[in-house]
Write a protein that binds this ligand. Sequence first.
Ligand code: 26Q
Length: 811
Amino acid sequence: MNLNSETIKKDFRRKLIHMFSEDIEGASTLHKYLAFGSLIKEYCAENWLKTNKQYRQSGKKQVYYFSMEFLIGKLLRSNLLNLGIEKECEEALKELGISLSELEEAEMDAGLGNGGLGRLAACFLDSMASLGIPGHGCGIRYKYGLFEQKIVDGYQVEIPDNWLREGNIWETRKDDKAIVVKFGGRVTPIFEEGKLNFKHEDYDQVLAVPYDTPIIGHNNKTVNTLRLWSAETVESDKELDFSFFKHGNYSKAVEYKSSVESISQVLYPDDSQLEGKILRLKQQYFFVSAGIQSILRSYMKTRNPINDLYKYVAIHINDTHPSLAVPELMRILIDEKGLEWDEAWNITTKTISYTNHTIMAEALEKWPISILKNLLPRIFMIIEEINRRFTDKLFAKYPNNWAKVNNMAIINNGKIRMANLAIVGGHSINGVAKLHTEILKRRELSDFYELYPEKFNNKTNGITHRRWLLQANPELAKLITKTIGDKWITQPKSFIDLLKYAKYSSFQDKIYEIKRDNKVKFAEQVKNKYGIVIDPDSIYDVQVKRLHAYKRQILNLFNIVHLYDQLKQNPNLDITPRTFIFAAKASPSYYLAKEIIKLINTVGNKINNDRRINDKIKVIFLENYRVSLAEKIIPCADISEQISTASKEASGTGNMKFMMNGAVTIATLDGANIEIRDAVGDENIVTFGMTAKEVMNYEKNGGYSSRELYDKDSRLHTIVNQIVNGHFGVPSAEFKNIYNHLIERNDEYFIFKDFDSYIKAQEKIDKLYRNKTKWEEMCITNIAHSGIFSSDNTISQYASGIWNARRVNIK
Ligand code: 26Q
């Protein structure tokens, strides 16, 4: 974009007056942010329009990424970067006595996701736009995102995330594009003109109103769209509403309105016990139906034949949450477009593709028939018919093999299995890392792999290097550009050119200085917020991610408690000082996870206040982990903790963000950690623990006893006892879930089993860190190899291998 600071200043003043009747001197930071952000949206408006027009004219395939979650974070800085006007804006604001970072602080995170899956969707949007691929997001405009976390007396307390409180300057409401979604009612088959049709009556209507957010590509004029749907009462029901009101039944009117609006009220936290909540099913159908209806509405305007839909439209579903896309597309093609079943099925399967993000069978989504049938009677009929035809085929192929048919059927045991529906109803299923895909093929979904080998493929996850390096670590970005030029911004694989400099001491010194400066700044923020002093010359050892038993925050904590014991015995123990940094939200009903948060805080409190250990270790728990906090902490990390039980973490994406910022990973051979190891080599990562094979072998054949290890290993014995005997100054009952999990329930995630090798791995890191030259070489090598984990790379593979979508250059 061609803008100078004079124009920006003038435009900004105009915006402030127009929106708030204020001048720069009188406006609050919030108002300045709102006005400035609105100006930036204005700057991209023309290209947004252009992009849409040229997409229509090009007749190229459009990709729609359906996801219950988009964990976007903030947009101000990334929009400036992608528009290529960051410098000009910073300068203009500076001349007005305003700092851009002050305005950034006023923006609320769009926290419309739980963790990895939602953040992946956001990274993919950035990469699709930056590669010029016509790819758009489709999801729900939750009024409340993932809860805000406060830590009170060491406990997690949840507060509603009212992120729209001050308004959202990035979105545009499109009333004229609203869609009606139908729930409940009765379906009756009728014969009309020799054809069987289905009449849907007495249903409830919900109005889906789209809010569009521009997704700006990096310096390429492309502006794609994230369309999020909000649930409202339809106009005719408003009259109904009003008639309740008129007749004095005010509460009934309010009740009706809020029951409709509840559909897009709140994001469900990723629950350990996957309860089938009707409201969640409503959310799923609500956005899937609105999304597909609106796609078809614009497709019909192209005048291309309906049978060619799959040539112009790809619908990708992010996990099974949107898998009702399969029967919904069938419904529209059959009931509304009048197609025969086989034609509709051919189109549907060629249009839809699906990504699986989880291995654990118990986490696969299932919906009770009774719930689905009542809420979506026509959709249920279609699922039944899909299942009938599919199982007929299976019986023909595997006569009398009941076990196999049972395992693969879409409807089984009173439940509808959404993964089976997505696999049967789409043309592609992919895992998110090599190991994950292998486990799906050989174990979890082996029967499907045997039936449809051609549908299975791997697409290792990626992250947008623009947000996670260019934006989050500007000094490192500058150094890289100075060293190898700026082509890495559009061709992230060229990070590899840094390898030449890995052994240069002057380059190593610069890398060291940048990290140290980041650490100093962070230490100041920690001191201000938590009153805890941390040493920027200590190793920052960071584990930030959702709290889950399988991610094994407890294993990390066991190393800390063990180290602390050693330090108490010998305060002069020769170790490099360390700061252990945690951040994690636990699902509100996940009691074990919440207890682990309390334990981290309890242990931290004791250690941080123990004078005897000479400040050699500190433990910090950062409140309210979210995208914007991740952007602050990741550039400071020396160590990246990726220590899940092998086979449990489908991919992980935090692991990639850390390596890209020059942290060394301590890792199990799980998810994408394996691919990180393969890229950097064994000398540049520290691995430990059981392999996935060993873990799965124990799970299958038994033979593991945590109690045995507890009895045998005095270190484990001491640590466990200290946790439950009040050693850390908290009543012993406090951590009984943790104790039961580890001892009574046989340590499901093999913490005791991997403990010894984890301790050794940590000791190895301590030694490695002392050799500055070697250490910096490791950090640089990690950065140099991180390009393959850019989501640009991942998206290119989706585009060519799954979607068959091509770029459109916007002129
Ligand atoms: C399901 C039912 C009811 C309520 C919530 C949910 C729910 C919500 C979110 C279930 C799962 C999720 C999110 C899963 C997730 O984030 N998975 C992660 O996906 C990443 C991207 O592929 C991987 O890197 C991680 O390994 C994987 O854990």
